[in-house]
Design a protein around this ligand. Structure first.
Ligand SMILES: Nc1ncnc2c1ncn2[C@@H]1O[C@H](COP(=O)(O)OP(=O)(O)OP(=O)(O)O)[C@@H](O)[C@H]1O
Ligand SMILES: [Mg+2]
Length: 337
């Protein structure tokens, strides 16, 4: 492959240890062209993912989570396009890669578990064949004994018994199907797995099992992950750092414990206050106001229409995402000098 490594960084992660940066997204912009103007689905988003960590990406529906994931994989479809920014994976800028180089990086180093993945398993093909196809399409034919051992080992990594090898999708429960999708995603030993709402179609018990499977895979393989989701409870258990998006922007990113204890951005505060609690029986806090039109963002802060702390500066100056506490980044005027 003729790509050059431009940017490999060792630096402190959330735990203060030196860790390799696997993914660095810098000033990413993805817009969708519509007859009434460009929808700024992802607007100037920057964040990093370190080796062996899980970053949770949260935010209300339509804030740009899936678009961010698709851009990292270079799978944004027209009328969408990457308008600007860099996507550095293991130091290689995916935003400018083309043709065979892009395909090689995408399948060798990145894996996607798309929204609703388990429903896209081929119903008339055994699980073994589906995983074998994923491996052989990208790594070429291999001796059948070796291939079978590898598939059974992958199934075992995601906690599935070897009998699943010969089964069809309809013979598996929802949680087992989702785990088969995880096995398929890790089949090529990627550096980064992106899972878009991997547990949203499952009941709470199975959600836990799938969540534990993802954690286990991360620990065993040392793979990095981005998990997109809405369930803040599950995020609290699964992820190392939480990244919060609002209307196409990254508004806060920090170790998950810190953000739950002391959320800084007013949107994150509302998000965490709205988690229902049986013990406290607090009234549901609704976020009042409307999200602005993504085709026509206002000058200043994007959260100004809903923010309980809005002041003059917020109406004119766009707050940058800045590290206001160690490892805690926020885009809000309340915290700058
Ligand atoms: N093909 C498209 N054409 C125009 N706008 C689009 C298109 N796809 C997405 N968008 C817009 O881009 C924005 C971000 O969408 P995206 O699917 O990334 O959100 P999301 O955070 O993943 O939402 P959800 O939680 O509902 O999955 C939304 O406002 C959406 O309406
Ligand atoms: Mg989505």
């Amino acid at each position: 492959m003729s790509v050059s490594v431009t940017h490999v960084v060792e630096e402190n992660d959330s735990s203060g240890k030196d860790r390799k940066v696997i993914l660095e997204v810098k000033n990413l912009k993805v817009y969708y062209a519509t007859p009434t103007g460009e929808v700024r689905a992802v607007d100037n988003v920057s964040f990093k993912v370190y080796q062996g960590e899980i970053v949770g990406l949260v935010g209300e529906s339509g804030c740009g989570k899936t678009t961010t994931a698709m851009a990292i994989l270079r799978l944004v479809q027209p009328p969408g396009r990457i308008v600007g920014g860099e996507i550095l994976l293991d130091g290689i800028n995916l935003a400018t890669l083309q043709g065979p180089d892009l395909r090689a990086v995408r399948w060798d180093r990145l894996a996607l578990i798309p929204q609703g993945a388990m429903n896209s398993l081929n119903p008339v093909m055994r699980i073994s064949k589906q995983i074998a196809d994923a491996i052989e399409t990208h790594q070429g034919r291999m001796p059948s004994k070796e291939l079978k051992e590898r598939i059974i080992s992958l199934l075992s990594t995601v906690g599935l018994p070897s009998r699943v090898y010969n089964m069809f999708p309809h013979e598996l429960s929802g949680g087992m199907k989702q785990r088969a999708c995880i096995a398929m995603a890790i089949a090529l030993n990627p550096s980064l797995v992106i899972a878009d709402e991997p547990t949203s179609a499952l009941d709470v018990v199975v959600q836990r099992v799938v969540g534990e499977t993802l954690l286990d895979v991360k620990d065993r393989l040392g793979v990095s992950m981005i998990i997109i989701g809405h369930d803040m409870g599950l995020m609290a258990q699964l992820v190392d750092r939480l990244a919060v998006m609002y209307a196409g922007r990254m508004v806060e990113i920090s170790p998950v414990g810190t953000v739950f204890e002391e959320p800084l951005h007013p949107y994150t505060q509302l998000l965490i206050e709205s988690i229902p609690s049986i013990k406290e029986r607090k009234p549901l806090k609704l976020t009042e106001g409307i999200t602005h039109d993504l085709r026509n963002p206002p000058p200043g802060c994007i959260f100004q229409l809903r923010c309980p702390h809005v002041h003059d500066k917020c109406l004119s100056v766009d707050p940058p995402l800045a590290e206001v506490r160690p490892n805690h980044h926020v885009a809000c005027h309340l915290y700058y000098e």
